[in-house]
Design a protein around this ligand. Sequence first.
Ligand SMILES: Cc1cc2nc3c(=O)[nH]c(=O)nc-3n(C[C@H](O)[C@H](O)[C@H](O)COP(=O)(O)OP(=O)(O)OC[C@H]3O[C@@H](n4cnc5c(N)ncnc54)[C@H](O)[C@@H]3O)c2cc1C
Length: 418
Amino acid sequence: MSAADTRWDVLIVGGGPVGACAGALLQRAAGAGRRPLRIGLLEPARPAPPAAGAALDARVSAWSRSSERILSAAGAWQRMAAERIQPYERMCVWPAHVPARSADALVFDAAYVGESNLGSIAENRLVQCAALEAFEAAGGTIVPSGFSGLEIHEDEVQVRAAEQVHSCKLLVGADGARSRVRDALGVATRITSYEQTAIVANVRTERAHERTAWQRFLGAGTLAFLPLADGSSSIVWSVQETLARERLALPAAQFEQELLGASDGVLGALELCTERVGLPLRRLRAERFSAARCALVGDAAHVVHPLAGQGVNLGLLDAAALADCVLEALQRGEDPGAAAALRRYERWRKSELAPMALAIDGFNRFLAHDSGPLAHLAQQGLVWVNRSEAAKRLFIGRALGLAGELPAAARVRAAALS
Ligand SMILES: Cc1cc2nc3c(=O)[nH]c(=O)nc-3n(C[C@H](O)[C@H](O)[C@H](O)COP(=O)(O)OP(=O)(O)OC[C@H]3O[C@@H](n4cnc5c(N)ncnc54)[C@H](O)[C@@H]3O)c2cc1C
């Protein structure tokens, strides 16, 4: 199929990591099952992949084990330059009133569960570009235009993009938090501002990051250091909006001093090596993840606070769950937009998302931002978790993304796929 063709089995709107991965998974799995699908993907802003040896971007994410498996099944992980990926072996979490490297700091070590690491830190752009390449390599078509409207008919959806009208059996909205697909479907959406901004940048640190993700609950926000492959660290410093504006405007040297104080010196002196970027934080939950012949995945369906590093990991689980539901429909001889498949997708992902979103908001409210009695209770909870190997293993299972009902792609060990 070429970009000039406009009839598709599946049309995906948005080639971020989630949309691109959904496309690659579906294209590969349907081809392997000898039921090839014509899949198009609308993406008006495809980024260029990072050049070999180029400095690391400041927009990075912690990719869980389930994400590594899903991206491997999509044929994307294998395309990512290994020298830009940093596996991390432990997470150290500590509240403001205890020293970072004390026995009261909570440490989750991959070794507790017999794993070599807890996940990997890699640039969003690296993953997105690899997933788009994997989609094309599997036979998918990228159309470089943006979605502008839709009409749903009984046996197809018609989609307007630039000067063209596309038609498809299934439309997937993967166009991020400001999803125009979600708006066009009239899906009610709860959006709540956290009244915080995340300051994101990369920093060089005096002490080595020790392949550890460090996170301090500040009482008025959180500060995370994610270890990067070039020895530097990515910071995500979530603070109240006005304070964030002030810190973003500080001269670099003054900002570095503030950062040193907030980090309790855990990695020693710090020096910025990228620009600082401020990202306003919102919680978003679409009331429905599907409609007639349409599904929403990733940030188009839900956005959570970044403190637990779960947003895109949940999105990739959506992509893989949707692929499972669509493939089951094809095996039953139905078309990819079959209503039963989309109902199953929605029930599945909503039931997995609800407890995770609740836990993340609880962490933000009681550990990161409160000093009342419930915050005290939550801090006692941290002490208890620290003493219980079983509780630690439970947390690690969640962080690896290997708990709950997993889609097929997340159940297969990555090594078995390569
Ligand atoms: C500070 C911060 C730190 C984070 N850290 C982590 C982390 O460590 N781990 C984690 O799991 N998550 C993390 N996240 C969340 C993660 O960044 C998002 O969940 C993820 O980027 C969502 O991916 P997506 O593909 O759903 O959407 P996006 O990445 O937003 O992609 C949407 C795509 O749709 C395209 N698009 C938009 N409009 C249209 C249109 N009209 N037509 C066609 N295409 C369109 C865009 O060009 C874009 O390519 C973090 C978020 C923040 C803010």
